[in-house]
Design a protein around this ligand. Structure first.
Ligand code: FES
Length: 102
């Protein structure tokens, strides 16, 4: 098990965009949907493209290179060519801060 690391205040985390963070050597993207926040690996499982440059459409993260789609709530692949899910990190909100377990 990892440690929960403070990233950003929830109120500063805009919905509808992808927020990249590098935490203890992990390249992570944070996505806020309403009051829930999801933390996923920031590299596409197809060819390691940086998903910080990707698109967020509703609850899907879309890779900018070959347009694989991932469910930002679970990391599951929704559209090929990727076949492996994105790693999902645990998130908790404490005193208004978003913490990610790495
Ligand atoms: S690198 Fe992401 S779909 Fe190919």
């Amino acid at each position: 098990l990892g440690r929960f690391i403070k990233t950003v205040m929830l109120e500063k985390l805009e919905s509808g965009t992808i927020h990249p963070f590098d935490i203890n050597g992990n390249h992570i993207i944070l996505v806020r949907l309403e009051d829930s926040v999801y933390a996923l690996s920031g590299y596409c499982t197809h060819e390691e493209t940086d998903l910080a440059n990707g698109f967020l459409v509703e609850d899907r993260v879309i890779c900018p290179l070959h347009l694989s789609q991932f469910d930002c709530r679970t990391g599951a692949v929704l559209n090929p060519p990727a076949t492996e899910p994105l790693k999902l990190f645990n998130v908790k909100i404490e005193d208004g801060w978003v913490l990610v377990e790495v």
